[in-house]
Write a protein that binds this ligand. Structure first.
Ligand code: UDP
Length: 386
């Protein structure tokens, strides 16, 4: 296929977040000519970062912290960045009291006091084992009175109001995998993630993406809605790119419902509004992220300097306000996982199945709750099929 610049294209990739960029790099290194079409005026998807007017590196679409246990993923990304060794810690603000989140044995002692805390700790260890990770909905099933007391505290002070803000649903109503992301930890580890590899790209995510996409076989077109250049013949299952039949691969990483004008229904998402604030002091809060688990309309405040290790005067924070996703003037951040929505998404998958060489990949296209490493892994795995 020859594109409008007179160049060959073997693979078209819609979107330049971690899904698109990973596939692009791997295929380009195999000698394929790759063309990326990106709707936004920049690469990097929601991980895009930039310096704000005060010279502070901020994540424009909300905080993204890398962590993985997957050595292949870590090694692949490490080709394009070195890392700032950031071990992410989160605290909750519970009626003014600051407690480590996930709820762990340190939190237990703060909340219940040493004496009672030690007894509860023993019971937790005897029941679940040292270093266990127990989802709140699991903890609630315990018949022990002591563990019930812990579960009730965690449910009411950490999960209930935060989850209502984030999802407009109770913890037991959202898909279990969502609250299980933040289990109760039977250990004194205050870190949010226990993965083997964690950190932040030393020069930021955007630089990582720039290096990943800097390859002679990769061509990127920014500020371009792929809808304008692609047409689908649903009767004959042919795809046209710039009015010519396209027989190469297409890796689609955007929102599939929006791309096809919601023809099989609009997939529900949760969105976020971000308020950035700058302060002249060195630091605003005690950790990179403070979750507001019982109060405020926002869910959490992130202070970027902790995440990036940047040393400079002044500090920039971001407050996250969850919103209903209405239309594409917002960003569809989170798929709302329930049987009905997953079925609707499956209809889009089925719609595209007869198109050979059309692949859906990533948080939006697959309507999944992926972390960065999960997306990179899925992208690496996809390229193994080719
Ligand atoms: N959650 C909560 N309170 C917290 C942290 C998390 O209720 O202090 C719940 C909430 O439902 C949230 C989910 O756990 O959506 C997953 O949290 P995580 O921090 O993994 O969300 P993400 O960073 O992906 O937005």
């Amino acid at each position: 296929m020859i594109d409008d610049r007179g160049e060959n294209v073997d693979t078209l990739i819609i979107g330049s977040g971690f899904a698109g960029a990973t596939v692009a790099r791997i295929l380009a290194e195999r000698g394929e000519k790759v063309k990326i079409i990106e709707k936004r005026p920049h690469i990097g998807g929601n991980c895009y970062d930039e310096y704000d007017e005060y010279g502070i590196l901020v994540h424009k679409y909300g905080p993204h912290i890398f962590h993985t246990n997957d050595q292949d993923v870590f090694e692949f990304l490490s080709r394009f960045t070195s890392w700032y060794d950031y071990q992410h810690e989160v605290v909750g603000n519970v009626y003014g009291k600051i407690i480590p989140i996930p709820f762990n044995l340190n939190t237990l002692m703060i909340v219940f006091g040493e004496e009672k805390g030690q007894a509860l700790k023993q019971e937790l260890i005897d029941t679940y084992g040292e270093n266990a990770r127990v989802p709140i909905l699991e903890l609630q099933k315990s018949s022990s009175q002591g563990i019930q007391e812990v579960a009730q505290y965690v449910y009411e002070n950490i999960f209930l109001k935060y989850t209502m803000k984030q999802w407009n649903q109770k913890p037991e109503e959202v898909d279990q995998s969502v609250t299980a992301r933040v289990p109760v930890l039977i250990s004194y580890d205050n870190r949010y993630f226990q993965d083997k590899y964690q950190g932040m790209p030393k020069d930021g995510y955007t630089k990582l993406f720039e290096r990943m996409l800097d390859h002679e076989n990769i061509d990127i077109e920014l500020s371009k809605d792929a809808k304008e250049d692609l047409t689908f013949d649903f009767e004959n299952h042919k795809i046209y790119y710039l009015n010519q039949e396209f027989k190469g691969k297409i890796i689609f990483t955007g929102a599939i419902d929006e791309f096809f004008d919601n023809r099989l229904g609009q997939l529900p998402y949760r969105s976020l509004r971000f308020d950035f604030e700058h302060y002249p002091q060195d630091y605003y809060q005690s950790k990179g992220v403070v979750n507001y688990t019982v109060s405020e309309d926002y869910t959490r405040i992130t202070e970027f300097k902790y995440l990036t290790g940047q040393l400079c005067q002044g500090t920039t924070i971001i407050k996250e306000y969850p919103e209903v996703y209405k239309d594409n003037r917002q960003v569809p951040y989170y798929a709302i996982l329930n049987p009905e929505n997953i079925m609707m998404h499956q209809k889009y998958v089925d719609l595209m199945k007869p198109f050979e060489n059309f692949y859906l990949l990533g948080r939006l296209a697959q309507y999944k709750y992926y972390n960065i490493d999960g997306i990179v892994k899925a992208a690496i795995d996809l390229t193994k099929q080719f």
